[in-house]
Design a protein around this ligand. Structure first.
Ligand code: GLN
Length: 195
């Protein structure tokens, strides 16, 4: 059984935990560096990236999560994707800088604060993935070695993977479609399916 950490400083970590449990994994809330020991993967939830980055620095989690990410997969959803990025607009705090992506916070403006759509998702078979966007970021550019996994009709990037690091602008934890969680578990399983 896989034990998957969910960063539980702020945001919708409980929704991730519920899906992980449903899929037969063991979720563990991460608040302190010691909570990372023995995990097979880590999820950084949606919420408010300014708050999450501030608390991460306060609890001394930045370097321990970077060290963890050298060995195990990490996935950020929405605010979590911002926290993963090398650079994010309008954020004056240190991110984890785990992925070579440039992210624009609150990229959809006030009119389109939140919306839902179906997205074809590379590396996930079957019908498009149902995606909920809430004050979401966009991935404005990706570096070499980053695979684009999903784009909006407008061609804007909303999901990417670098090695076993994953970033999604949207919230798979808020839908019944658990395929992105399954996909992450397959990365954590180390079965070599995805490199
Ligand atoms: N707007 C938030 C931020 O910039 C992200 C919103 C979310 O996670 N739903 O951090």
């Amino acid at each position: 059984m896989l034990t998957i950490g969910v960063l539980a400083l702020q945001g919708d970590f409980a929704e991730h935990e519920a899906i992980l449990e449903r899929l037969g994994a063991r979720p563990r809330q991460v608040r302190l560096p010691a909570d990372l020991i023995g995990l097979d993967g880590l999820i950084i939830p949606g919420g408010e990236s300014t708050t999450i980055t501030r608390l991460m620095a306060m609890y001394g989690l930045l370097q321990p999560i970077r060290d963890f990410a050298a060995l195990r997969p990490v996935w950020g959803t929405c605010a979590g994707a911002i926290v993963m990025a090398k650079h994010a607009t309008d954020l004056d705090r240190e991110t984890l800088q785990l992925m070579d992506i440039d992210v624009e916070r609150n990229a959809f403006g006030r009119q389109l604060d939140s919306f839902e759509t179906d997205l074809p998702f590379q590396e996930i078979h079957g019908k498009p993935v149902h995606a909920i966007f809430i004050r979401a970021p966009l991935i404005r550019s990706v570096g070499e070695g980053v695979v684009v996994l999903a784009k909006l009709d407008s061609d804007e990037i909303v999901a990417a993977r670098q090695g076993r690091m994953l970033a999604t602008s949207f919230h798979p934890e808020l839908t019944d479609d658990d395929r992105v969680h399954r996909y992450f578990l397959s990365l954590a399983d180390g079965n070599g399916a995805v490199k």
